[in-house]
Write a protein that binds this ligand. Structure first.
Ligand SMILES: C[S@@+](CC[C@H](N)C(=O)[O-])C[C@H]1O[C@@H](n2cnc3c(N)ncnc32)[C@H](O)[C@@H]1O
Length: 343
């Protein structure tokens, strides 16, 4: 089987498929700064810079013309859309990109289709982009399974709820079955994932572990971390003189400036996962945010997966945006199972 990874980013989903023995011919993404990370870690998959809002079938055809359609997989993890409180799509761009992806599915009719997005995509009322996408699949003869999956169910040391669709034409599909957190296999924790990395200080980069670099933080924030209890403490534990003015009368976002817990999966990582002011991204006991390497490990990237980018923000986005590798593996395993059943 051969996959094309639309919106491939740094290659989390691609790596998961390669690990399961599925060829990924190419990844396509608007953001050319992902190229070096993607190609270095996923040989021989090629990175093709491209904008899905203008890409045509004729651009894709040379990549897939030799592949029988029932051997072909299209994967499309379009950027997450923001939603209003009324569950309306407030940014039509993500919607348009899913529609463009749907059109390519319609044109090429690959045997298997996967999408992954935030759960909000399925909650939008009315004739939403998502509903139109499913209708297009159905009209093209696909059957589909959709639902919410949490990355920690598949051995990722992180709570990360995502909406997944698997579609195929020959057989009624199902979503991957949970492997961790039930029966005898526990969830993988922050301790399991990051305890063995060398100690570093805020602003430091390890000379031995690639990307083990922690963000610089201000003197005041260092004082705040110093009084934040290890293993799950947060800003509610600070003395009055260190409380931020914006937090004095505001009880929301209590996770920001918090430390992760050693013996639980990490909270959902975002593009800003290297910054303590953007979530519970403090190290469980060292006075710093988690490093980029630790963030990558909490997304289940292996240690030899090296990230390249001109800034911490650029690499943080590659990591925070990724489909965790182990979730990618679970999806690939399911596709292989469906393929066997279809024979
Ligand atoms: C959720 S991330 C994909 C993560 C990736 N699948 C992985 O596993 O690492 C969404 C990606 O869509 C890309 N993107 C945004 N707009 C795009 C467009 N118009 N055309 C192609 N890619 C786009 C972003 O650069 C980002 O890498």
């Amino acid at each position: 089987m051969v996959a094309l990874d639309f919106f491939c980013g740094a290659g989390g989903l691609t790596r998961g498929f390669l690990n399961m023995g599925i060829e990924v011919r190419a990844g396509i993404d608007l953001n050319a700064s992902c190229k070096r990370t993607y190609e270095t870690n996923n040989r021989p998959a090629r990175f093709i810079p491209g904008d899905l809002s203008v890409l045509r079938g004729s651009d894709i055809a040379p990549l897939v013309d030799d592949i029988p359609r029932d051997e072909l997989i299209f994967m499309g993890c379009a950027p997450c859309q923001p939603f209003s409180k009324q569950r309306r799509e407030v940014n039509r761009d993500g919607g348009t990109l899913l529609e463009r992806f749907g059109r390519l599915v319609d044109e090429f009719r690959p045997g298997y289709v996967i999408i992954e997005n935030v759960p909000g995509i399925a909650k939008v009322r009315g004739n939403s982009t998502y509903k139109r996408f499913l209708k297009r699949l159905t009209n093209a003869g696909y059957k589909f399974a959709d639902g919410k999956l949490d990355a920690k169910w598949f051995g990722v040391p992180q709570t990360r709820n995502r909406w997944v669709v698997i579609a195929c034409r020959d057989i009624e599909p199902s979503l991957p079955e949970q492997t961790h957190g039930t029966g005898t296999t526990p969830f993988v924790t922050v301790r399991d994932a990051i305890r063995s990395y060398p100690r570093i200080r805020a602003g430091e980069q390890s000379v031995v572990v690639p990307n083990h670099r922690a963000a610089q933080i201000s003197e005041t924030n260092l004082q705040r971390l110093a009084v934040t209890p290890p293993d799950g403490g947060g800003r509610l534990n600070w003395p009055d003189e260190l409380v931020l003015d914006c937090h004095r009368k505001y009880e929301g976002h209590s996770d920001v400036y918090g430390r992760m817990r050693w013996d639980a999966p990490a909270p959902t990582l975002t593009c800003k996962c290297f910054s303590i002011s953007n979530g519970r991204y403090g190290h469980p006991e060292q006075n710093r945010a988690i490093s980029l390497r630790e963030a990558a490990k909490l997304q289940s990237f292996p240690d030899n997966y090296v990230f390249y980018g001109e800034s911490q923000a650029c690499i943080g986005a590659q990591i925070g945006n990724a489909v965790p590798v182990k979730m990618g593996e679970a999806l690939a395993r399911k596709i292989l199972q469906l393929k066997r059943q279809a024979r």
